[in-house]
Design a protein around this ligand. Structure first.
Ligand SMILES: Cc1cc2nc3c(=O)[nH]c(=O)nc-3n(C[C@H](O)[C@H](O)[C@H](O)COP(=O)(O)O)c2cc1C
Ligand SMILES: [Fe+2]
Ligand SMILES: [Fe+2]
Length: 384
């Protein structure tokens, strides 16, 4: 059991069997769908869980209700990993009111078929809901990362129910560091919406927060400055680490050899480097590392007068997440008419505020002394 406080009970579930979260993200340690029950004169369920966890969640809810019934269901986010059981709960407790904003109910009517007549409590920015000694204040967080998203602040215990904000991959019982899996979650799921996260952080700065209750991952009770600081940095698109992320896509290993050679030269200079084979590495981890570091090198083979698809795929992911404000250099390989460099430059050209090195390291099939010389020069440029 993961208690929040005596009157705020955790009723979420861990999912360790899902193959891909959102049909895209590998979650080797699973994921949690968090849900909370607020017990006061009135009771409020804070979001439901994914359909994959219905049975266990209902058991948790009934155990904590201990014979009571929920007065309210608060829906901070309508994505099915949280709102999957709205209809189930609404049918189980016909007296229960449902709290959301105008957009929440538009989406609710799209996702579900039950009759909402007389059951809606429509809230907007700054509205409050009193449960007795506990009061929830609603703060809109549009496009972090869906349009209806809002967060709720409970003032008596200083708890921020932060929706997907401050979420992390990994089941609650996973023994792993917060930063890495929260960063991978942030850049892949929220990454495009830095401006909207900044707007929310500015509003949250006016609140005295003691506990953050997100919809995925651990409840944060200590060292909140660390987590809020990272969210601030990430949403400003500021690099977290001075160093180089080297992403390569190699068909027969020669481009990979060049990438390894460059890694060694940079490490000799004492630089922090992460090397990834985008054909094999976890794509979401590559996206995360691109944002984490201040510089990036993309090294790829030419392919059918274009770019080897794994690199093309990676760059399209970066573009979708609005990768920006970094220093980037390119390495291409080609055996008869190298085309990878031009293709990579074109995709990067659609991104904001990048410094892309003019000079391209162009390899003809394999690493030769002149390749090494060009990579030495590239290492010097990256070290500047
Ligand atoms: C299906 C396929 C298509 C290729 N298309 C091109 C091309 O259009 N232009 C070119 O110069 N090389 C092309 N190549 C050659 C590779 O780019 C070249 O052999 C490779 O750059 C060697 O680096 P690697 O060992 O890292 O794969 C192609 C290779 C394959 C397998
Ligand atoms: Fe979400
Ligand atoms: Fe979520």
């Amino acid at each position: 059991m993961h208690t929040v406080t005596p009157s705020v009970r955790y009723i979420g579930v861990d999912d360790r069997t899902i193959d891909l979260f959102e049909s895209q993200y590998k979650v080797p340690n699973g994921v949690s769908y968090n849900s909370y029950l607020l017990l006061d004169e009135k009771t409020a369920v804070m979001d439901t869980v994914d359909r994959r966890g219905t049975t266990e969640w209902l058991q948790n809810l009934e155990r904590e209700l201990d014979g009571r019934t929920p007065d309210y269901l608060v829906c901070l986010h309508m994505e099915p990993d949280h709102a999957g059981n709205v209809q189930t709960l609404a049918e189980k407790y016909p007296e229960m009111q449902i709290v959301g904003n105008a957009k929440t109910f538009t989406l609710m009517e799209q996702f579900f078929t039950f009759d909402l007549t007389g059951r809606k409590v429509v809230v907007k920015e700054g509205d409050t809901l009193s449960l007795g000694s506990h009061t929830l204040t609603f703060v809109m967080a549009p496009m972090v990362h869906w349009p209806e998203v809002m967060v709720a602040y409970e003032s008596s215990e200083k708890i921020l129910f932060s929706a997907d904000g401050f979420g992390k991959f990994g089941a609650l019982d996973a023994d792993e560091a917060w930063d890495c899996e929260a960063r991978r979650y942030y850049f892949n799921i929220v990454g495009k919406y830095g401006a909207q996260v900044q707007a929310l952080l500015k509003k949250a700065a006016g609140l005295d927060i003691a506990i953050i209750c997100p919809l995925h991952g651990p409840i944060l009770k200590e060292d909140l400055g660390h987590y809020i600081g990272l969210y601030d940095k990430w949403s400003r698109y500021e690099p977290e680490v001075e160093g180089v992320f080297i992403a390569y896509a190699s068909i027969h290993g020669n481009t990979a050899q060049a990438a390894r050679y460059l890694t060694e030269r940079l490490e000799e200079r004492g630089m922090k480097v992460t090397l990834a084979d985008v054909s094999r590495a976890d794509m979401a981890e590559c996206v995360e590392d691109a944002f984490k570091y201040s510089k990036m090198v993309c090294a790829a083979a030419s392919y059918d007068a274009g770019l080897f698809p794994p690199m093309e795929d990676f760059l399209h992911h970066l573009r979708a997440k609005t990768y920006r404000s970094r220093k980037v250099a390119l390495v291409e390989n080609g055996s008869w008419a190298p085309s990878a460099g031009k293709c990579m430059r074109a995709i990067l050209g659609e991104m904001k505020d990048l410094t892309v090195r003019e000079e391209l390291v162009s390899i003809r099939s394999s690493v030769k002394p002149e390749t090494k010389a060009a990579l030495d020069e590239l290492a010097a440029w990256l070290a500047e």
